[in-house]
Design a protein around this ligand. Structure first.
Ligand SMILES: *[C@@H]1O[C@H](CO)[C@@H](O)[C@H](O)[C@H]1NC(C)=O
Ligand SMILES: *[C@@H]1O[C@H](CO)[C@@H](O)[C@H](O)[C@H]1NC(C)=O
Ligand SMILES: *[C@@H]1O[C@H](CO)[C@@H](O)[C@H](O)[C@H]1NC(C)=O
Ligand SMILES: *[C@@H]1O[C@H](CO)[C@@H](O)[C@H](O)[C@H]1NC(C)=O
Ligand SMILES: *[C@@H]1O[C@H](CO)[C@@H](O)[C@H](O)[C@H]1NC(C)=O
Ligand SMILES: *[C@@H]1O[C@H](CO)[C@@H](O)[C@H](O)[C@H]1NC(C)=O
Ligand SMILES: *[C@@H]1O[C@H](CO)[C@@H](O)[C@H](O)[C@H]1NC(C)=O
Ligand SMILES: *[C@@H]1O[C@H](CO)[C@@H](O)[C@H](O)[C@H]1NC(C)=O
Ligand SMILES: *[C@@H]1O[C@H](CO)[C@@H](O)[C@H](O)[C@H]1NC(C)=O
Length: 559
């Protein structure tokens, strides 16, 4: 979120974003001041052209972004989707059926001429897991180039794909954080986890440093006691000596997303800061650019910082937030492992900017939420957009996790007439999770007491078992998309249990009946970790007694 526009609370960041440079005449590439000439922003990512013939979209990626010397084994994920967008020409449209009848595609995974795994995959399947033994590989900082070769039975055609495996030397200090590429979730290991990697669903805020987190250790303690497990403190060593705050976070096992928004373009500053942070047990992720697309930072700036960070510390992933709906996504997102979205739709006028006195549309104006409708559904729409762009780009971009930065600021800003109500804040969170957001850091803490109380209660549910296990150990399947009207419903399946999340983002729903897929084989409602709605399971139909009020949110576990 861009700070420093107007008021005291956010003034700490004002020095970082002083309007006046050439780029500041535009936001997301659009001119926004009355009377400015129209400039077509450009940088739009468009859906790729469809191939007239089916393609085999063969992909391989390590299950975990990194492995350590102490990991016993590793896994690769092999995708063999039949696509009309990415891949190599698949012999014929009949081949899929033929292959399915005749068995499968032969798979060989190699490093140089050493075979790491062999097996088969069915065409048109994804998420095929191939375990490998790591004993034959030496831990090292450089990646291992890995090749995948696939041969078809019915036709001698061969297909190939490549990836890089990181098997790193042991790290004895601080934390190590991996991305589980199957679910887009995070696993961490630090002195509190007894040497093993455990999943974490990051739920917290960006945080005001000088006015709150740096004020006293008890402020940090109070934040952690609210149930939040992560904070992106908006400051860095380039601004102040943050040691005391970070040490308090280490002690509390409160995760830090370390924010270099003000200095990430200065690579010598990044290199100077990283040793001060990288061995802390609380370090979760690096954070570089804050809305680089809005500010129109140089297109390669995030990637340059990313490459430097990866060369100095492969033990933690890097995140950044994009503010625009579709402005040089490919270039900016290439500079991070995790892409955050920060659509803030509450209390805006999506079509007319009070601040600038102009209309807003796809090529002009700034209404505070780029190309938004001004409804709560702008949040899941943006999450969907970013996943769609990843799928359009193909390759590893397809699996890049998206995180949500929901609106939780309490003081009215230029574009935002009010803060969200608790119901609206819960709706935005659950909508984001239903659509695949793998973490959430709202802007900004301290929030109002009302929002803090409301979000604290949700934090305590989603960061702990059982809900956390589903959010980190499965992918959501969207059953009903709120953007088509009505409810927004997703489920996460683990073993013989299913977490269902139901959101009523608009009007109340009198007869809430949700048909569930029959193959889930569920018999009863086990528990309702979140919400006041009482549900019954009747065959494969989930029914809410008395319907759902507008803005209802509910999490239930079925078994
Ligand atoms: C096998 O591959 C050849 C050459 O790519 C192609 O001409 C032929 O149609 C393929 N046969 C089948 C059954 O797919
Ligand atoms: C491949 O393996 C052979 C023997 O197993 C070895 O002599 C050769 O150096 C290897 N080639 C590469 C490129 O590793
Ligand atoms: C591939 O799978 C998708 C989804 O499961 C299905 O809709 C499609 O028909 C399949 N394509 C082929 C060629 O089998
Ligand atoms: C696939 O692997 C099986 C078992 O190793 C082998 O018999 C078969 O010839 C292979 N097929 C192709 C097309 O490589
Ligand atoms: C498949 O390829 C192998 C090796 O290139 C060759 O020996 C074999 O004759 C081919 N089989 C068919 C059916 O084309
Ligand atoms: C952080 O706290 C220290 C100790 O109270 C103080 O000296 C310093 O000025 C504070 N920094 C900021 C940016 O508020
Ligand atoms: C970049 O960072 C270095 C190291 O902290 C600092 O000495 C230098 O002044 C910075 N350069 C700019 C242009 O801010
Ligand atoms: C947005 O502002 C325009 C112009 O003042 C007004 O006509 C419209 O009703 C406003 N829309 C909303 C949703 O407030
Ligand atoms: C957006 O508004 C500008 C300024 O009013 C106008 O020139 C432009 O044609 C509009 N663009 C679209 C796509 O409607």
């Amino acid at each position: 979120m861009r700070a420093g526009r107007s008021h005291g609370l956010l003034a700490f960041a004002a020095a970082l974003h002083v309007p006046g440079g050439a780029a500041q005449d535009r936001w997301c590439g659009k001119a926004y001041q009355a009377g400015s000439p129209l400039v077509i922003p450009g940088g739009r990512l468009e859906p790729p052209d469809l191939s007239p013939r089916p393609l085999l979209d063969l992909k391989i990626i390590p299950r975990h972004s990194i492995y350590l010397a102490s990991d016993e084994g590793a896994e690769f994920i092999v995708d063999a989707a039949i696509s009309y967008v990415h891949g190599s020409t698949w012999p014929s449209s009949d081949s899929t059926a033929q292959e399915q009848q005749s068995g499968a595609l032969n798979v060989t995974i190699t490093w140089k001429n050493q075979t790491l795994a062999k097996g088969t995959v069915m065409p048109n399947t994804t998420d095929n897991i191939f375990p490998i033994d790591l004993k034959s590989l030496e831990p090292r900082m450089d990646g291992y180039p890995i090749d995948l070769a696939v041969t078809s039975h019915t036709n001698n055609s061969t297909f190939s794909a490549a990836t890089e495996l990181f098997l790193l030397p042991e790290k004895t200090t601080g934390s190590v954080v991996k991305i589980d590429n199957l679910y887009g979730s995070l696993l961490y290991r630090n002195p509190t986890t007894n040497g093993i990697f455990v999943p974490v669903f990051p739920y917290g805020f960006y945080g005001d440093y000088s006015g709150y987190f740096n004020k006293s250790a008890s402020n940090v303690e109070k934040y952690a006691s609210q149930g939040y497990n992560v904070v992106n403190v908006v400051s860095s060593f380039a601004d102040d000596d943050m040691s005391a705050t970070i040490e308090t976070m280490d002690r509390l096992n409160l995760f830090l997303q370390y924010d270099m928004r003000g200095s990430y373009k200065n690579l010598s500053s990044v290199a100077w800061q990283m040793p001060l942070v990288k061995d802390h047990p609380s370090l979760l992720t690096w954070y570089t650019a804050d809305e680089p697309d809005g500010w129109q930072d140089p297109l390669d700036a995030p990637k340059q910082a990313y490459d430097l960070i990866a060369s100095l510390d492969r033990y933690h992933p890097t995140a950044l937030v994009l503010n625009c709906q579709n402005y040089y996504f490919e270039e900016y997102s290439s500079g991070a492992d995790i892409i955050m979205e920060d659509a803030y739709p509450v209390g805006i006028n999506a079509t007319y900017s009070w601040k600038w006195g102009t209309a807003c549309n796809e090529t002009f104006g700034d209404c505070g939420c780029d190309n938004c409708e001004g409804t709560l559904l702008d949040v899941p729409d943006r999450v969907d957009d970013f996943y769609d762009y990843g799928a359009w780009l193909g390759g590893t971009a397809t699996r890049k996790p998206v995180w949500a930065v929901p609106q939780a600021f309490s003081i009215p800003e230029d574009y935002w007439a009010r803060e969200p109500t608790p119901d609206e804040a819960w709706v935005m969170d659950l909508l984001a999770f239903n659509h695949g957001a793998k973490a959430r850091l709202a802007w900004i803490y301290p929030a109002s007491v009302e929002l803090d109380t409301a979000l604290s209660s949700l934090a305590k549910v989603v960061t702990t078992s059982p809900v956390m296990n589903f959010l980190t150990g499965a992918n959501p399947v969207l059953l009903q998309d709120g953007k088509h009207g009505g409810l927004d419903v997703a489920y996460w399946k683990m073993g013989d249990q299913v977490l269902v999340s139901v959101v009523a983002p608009g009007e109340s729903v009198a007869n809430a009946e949700i048909p569930l897929p029959g193959d889930l084989q569920l018999s009863r409602v086990g528990s309702t970790p979140w919400g006041e709605i009482s549900w019954t399971l009747d065959g494969t139909t989930l029914r809410a007694e008395g319907g759902l009020p507008s803005l209802a949110t509910s999490l239930l576990i079925l078994q």
